[in-house]
Design a protein around this ligand. Structure first.
Ligand code: GDP
Length: 363
């Protein structure tokens, strides 16, 4: 899962990105397929359920789920025309699964705001406009090719053309594509374009550290807007996170308690990103390793197994499942089995958030 952090200059993107990647940097050897560029970081997704499992099944190694964050600099007004870093940022955004937009809600006379005053809705609008324009350009480039192929009888191209036209009309009315309902086949036909306004978005309201209770009227405005466009909002203070990232674990806990926070921003953002992307976690637990795996809501047991290894999906036989509550009630797998609580599920089973699974598969 990859999330791209965007925002206007001086809203606190880099401060937040550095704080997140510094404090919770994941061990990259656990994720061998990820190449990491300088503006990227892999962070562990904090999950208190892992600690609860480890109490009963102490493993040699604990591997949380991971989230790849990409700091995408360069969106300013006119970016889609090549202003600022211009089109460079576009290729980055095309690759991510979700967009995390940092919006400035903090007041600080020492930090210049690019357009003069703190106005999160205007900031959201500026970025959205650039992304809408960029998507229109992408479609403009694609349309003549699709037209040619459609004329020569290519069925898929005809479908693509219909989808392109629907998207074009929507974008021209200045609406992001995430608010357009396309048929599944249509969405698939244009998936490879990486249209940016179709990607789920999470707004991170960067507030003053005294406003973390979420009652800041500026945050309310962001929430209102998010509700309209089907997005989620989380509230963080990048400045406070930067301070927290400098501390060791014990001091960090103390400071969190002092400011009345339960968890650092990473948890809040990771949870927001999961929600935005329709994701959940299941676990595998053994003496060697207790590990969280990320799957889409509604994933079947074979699909969940496929996240561990594609062969597990192809060769799926069945899955043994129990819940964390079962583990806490009975203490170990043997007792869970004896109590008849260890379920055996087949290929149609829809894996539930927090399930502890063991897959049986053909080799
Ligand atoms: P970017 O351009 O969006 O990456 O912004 P930066 O992270 O570089 O931040 C720009 C300036 O704003 C820096 O001087 C930060 O220290 C400051 N800043 C970032 N977040 C906050 C915040 O939550 N409160 C205050 N007061 N200043 C912040």
């Amino acid at each position: 899962m990859e999330a791209g952090i965007v925002g206007l200059p001086n809203v606190g993107k880099s401060t937040l990105f550095n704080a997140l990647t510094q404090s919770q940097s994941a061990q990259s050897e656990n994720y061998p397929f990820c190449t990491i560029e300088p503006n990227e970081g892999i962070v562990n997704v904090p999950d208190e359920r892992l600690d609860r499992i480890c109490k009963y099944i102490p493993p040699q190694k604990v591997i949380p789920a991971a989230l790849k964050l990409v700091d995408i600099a360069g969106i300013v007004k006119g970016a889609s025309d090549g202003e600022g870093l211009g089109n460079k940022f576009l290729s980055h955004i095309r690759q991510v699964d979700a967009i995390v937009q940092v919006v400035r809600c903090f007041e600080d006379p020492d930090v210049i705001h690019v357009s003069g005053n703190v106005d999160p809705l205007a900031d959201i609008d500026t970025i959205e406009t650039e992304l809408v324009l960029a998507d229109l350009q992408t479609l403009e480039n694609a349309i003549s090719k699709a037209e040619r192929s459609a004329r020569s009888g290519d069925k898929e191209a005809k479908l693509r053309l219909v989808a392109i036209e629907k998207c074009n009309a929507h974008l021209e009315s200045e609406q992001p594509l995430r608010t357009l309902q396309l048929a599944e086949a249509e969405a698939k036909a244009i998936h490879s374009f990486g249209l940016m306004t179709a990607k789920p978005i999470l707004y991170v309201a960067n507030v003053d550290e005294n406003d973390l209770d979420g009652k800041d009227p500026l945050v309310d405005k962001v929430r209102e807007h998010a509700d309209k466009v089907g997005a989620n909002v989380v509230c963080v203070s990048a400045k406070l996170e930067a301070e927290l990232a400098e501390l060791d674990e014990a001091d960090r806990e103390e400071m969190l308690a002092d400011v009345g926070l339960e968890a650092p921003a990473l948890s809040t953002i990771a949870q927001g990103a999961y929600k935005t992307l329709g994701l959940q976690s299941y676990f595998t637990a053994g003496e060697k390793e207790v590990r969280a795996w990320t799957i889409p809501l509604e994933a079947t047991a074979p699909q969940a197994a496929g996240v561990i290894h594609t062969d597990f999906e192809k060769g799926f036989i069945r899955c043994e499942v129990y819940t964390l509550e079962d583990l806490e009630a009975f203490g170990n797998e043997k007792e869970i089995r004896q109590a008849g609580k260890l379920r055996v599920e087949g290929k149609d089973y829809i894996v539930q958030d927090g399930d502890i699974c063991h897959f049986l598969h053909k080799i």
